[in-house]
Write a protein of this length. Structure first.
Length: 136
């Protein structure tokens, strides 16, 4: 399977609530920076615990990739994280992700997302006008 197809499988499984399907795409020794700047999650068990908590109550998941590029076993994606959280707030935020593969599995995963934007949306300030073209 091509690396971008593996990433799309992660997205498709996440949208369906298939956490095991997501984890099947990850290397046993995965290191996941769910937000660069925060301590990374190491190993599938830690990733599972995080994703169970992060995904709890999410509905209307519309996560998608807009652009991507690949260099060997490294894939960079630009996309939109779009979902309704457990409190009923639609979260839409642009993001970048870097995926590094080993033996066909995602070994390193780094997400670059603006948590300040997510907080602003959750606080009821809405999506700033200058961000709307990036998520539309």
């Amino acid at each position: 399977m091509a690396h971008i197809d593996t990433i799309q499988t992660v997205i498709d499984c996440w949208k369906k609530g298939d956490l095991d399907g997501v984890l099947d795409q990850l290397h046993d020794d995965v290191v996941y920076h769910y937000h660069v700047g925060s301590r990374p999650l190491e190993g599938k068990d830690w990733v599972r615990r995080f994703l169970e908590k992060f995904g709890a109550g999410q509905t209307e998941i519309r996560w998608f990739i807009r652009h991507w590029t690949q260099d060997g076993d490294r894939v960079m994606v630009e996309g939109v994280d779009d979902y309704v959280d457990a409190e009923g707030t639609r979260i839409q935020t642009p993001y970048m992700g870097v995926f590094e593969f080993e033996d066909g599995k995602i070994k390193n995963w780094r997400d670059y997302v603006d948590l300040g934007l997510v907080k602003m949306i959750k606080d009821g300030d809405g999506l700033p006008e200058w961000v709307k073209p990036l998520v539309g």
